[in-house]
Write a protein that binds this ligand. Structure first.
Ligand SMILES: Cc1ncc(COP(=O)(O)OP(=O)(O)O)c(N)n1
Ligand SMILES: Cc1nc(C(=O)O)sc1CCOP(=O)(O)O
Ligand SMILES: [Mg+2]
Length: 368
């Protein structure tokens, strides 16, 4: 590669520009080379960490392939002269680490930290690369945008995988013990929570939703907001649950983007087909039994559960009046997933009830 020519000229168009003596030019060049070398390494390492999760955690050849492609694109710029500039012993940065780098609360946090690392490294490469090769800045900029897309796709993929794996869905009701109850359920293996509160001030909703999102994500669980797309965006929730009277799915999708989850309540076959056609990521199927939590809504019954078992192409959750006593009837009707409010919000031992409900949902389905 040609040496950086920026330091060579003393007069350009009759204007005197700053010139460093040759020895200083060389020194500056070495510094630029070291910056490029360090950040090329950083970008590749971060991509490799993300790639391993795509490959072994998500089993996604497509996402892993994109990581590998980006790693190889980065490697093209890692020339011998840049590697030769490395001086690890003389680098004061090798001992510097932030406490947050020493602990990761979840895979999501680990991935996000590494995406940040790759994106930052590419930004550095974009700027300093302009001093090295006329095409390096532009190439790194394009890679950075590809990494942004990869991040969006991967996070969406993660959410969908966890949604499919989730058997039990806790929908909250207002409670003095909201956070401890939710945490107890998370300890029991809950991976999907919906914050539902029809009568509280928005300031309180915002505060509680923020805390619940943090709590859920620290346990690697998905966090959904009932009814309110604006609140879901404000607290960076994983998605929103919309009933038949709530916002149309298409409008919510426009606001939330393709990667967040949208659930829809359904009570009959027509509503189910419409919700799926409109792009719902999952559906609620109920009420299976009449319930005081949703006063005035007639039961759809176990017949609708059986219909859903045969016809739904998206994950669906039987909901309404389900508890430890009748869950096996609902499972026998074909349900693999259920959503509950009172069974957990009013449980004396939410961890144990969560474990019990999940264990029943994992039992082998009877032959039909
Ligand atoms: C999982 C799940 N299923 C159904 C509902 C009910 O939604 P909706 O009909 O909009 O009623 P409200 O919950 O808003 O009163 C739900 N929330 N979650
Ligand atoms: C919020 C909700 N939606 C329903 C529906 O059928 O759409 S039933 C329901 C309440 C479920 O509460 P519990 O588990 O306490 O019976
Ligand atoms: Mg609603």
């Amino acid at each position: 590669m040609k040496e950086a020519g920026y330091y060579d000229e003393s007069i350009t168009n009759g204007v005197v520009v700053m010139v460093e003596p040759y020895s200083q030019q060389k020194q500056i060049q070495q510094v630029v080379y070291r910056i490029l070398d360090a950040n090329l390494d950083r970008a590749r390492e971060g991509l490799r960490i993300i790639e391993e999760w795509c490959r072994f955690g998500l089993n996604s050849g497509q996402l892993a392939g994109e990581c590998k492609y980006l790693r190889q694109e980065v490697a093209v710029w890692h020339t011998e002269e840049l590697r030769a500039a490395r001086d690890t012993a003389g680098d004061p940065g090798t001992d510097l680490s932030h406490p947050q780098e020493e602990q990761r609360s979840s895979i999501k946090a680990l991935l996000q930290a590494n995406f940040c690392r790759v994106e930052e490294a590419l930004r550095v490469l974009e700027e300093y690369g302009k001093l090295y090769h006329p095409k390096m800045g532009q190439a790194c900029k394009q890679m950075r945008y590809r990494v942004y897309s990869l991040e969006t796709n991967l996070m969406g993929h993660q959410r969908h995988q966890l949604l499919w794996r989730s058997r039990l869905y806790l929908v909250t009701s207002p409670s003095e013990n909201l956070l401890p109850t939710v945490e107890a359920a998370l300890k029991g293996g809950l991976t999907l929570l919906q914050y539902r509160d029809k009568d509280t001030d928005d300031s309180v909703r915002l505060e509680l939703a923020t805390k619940l999102r943090q709590l859920c994500h620290s346990y690697g669980a998905l966090f959904i907001i009932n009814d309110r797309v604006d609140l879901a965006l404000a607290v960076d929730a994983d998605g929103v649950h919309l009933g038949q009277q709530d916002m149309p799915i298409a409008t919510a999708r426009q606001l939330l983007g393709p990667q967040r989850l949208i659930g829809r309540s359904t009570t009959n076959a027509d509503e189910m087909q419409k919700a799926i056609a409109e792009g719902a990521d999952y559906i609620g199927v109920g009420p299976v039994y009449e319930t005081p939590t949703k006063v005035g809504k007639a039961a759809a019954g176990l017949g609708y559960v059986s219909y859903a078992a045969k016809n739904s192409s998206v994950p669906w959750f039987a909901i309404g009046g389900i508890d430890a006593n009748n869950i096996n009837d609902v499972i026998d009707a074909g349900a693999e997933r259920v959503a509950v409010v009172r069974s957990l919000m009013q449980a004396e031992q939410p961890t144990l009830v969560t474990q019990y409900l999940i264990s029943q949902l994992h039992r082998i389905q009877p032959e039909s």
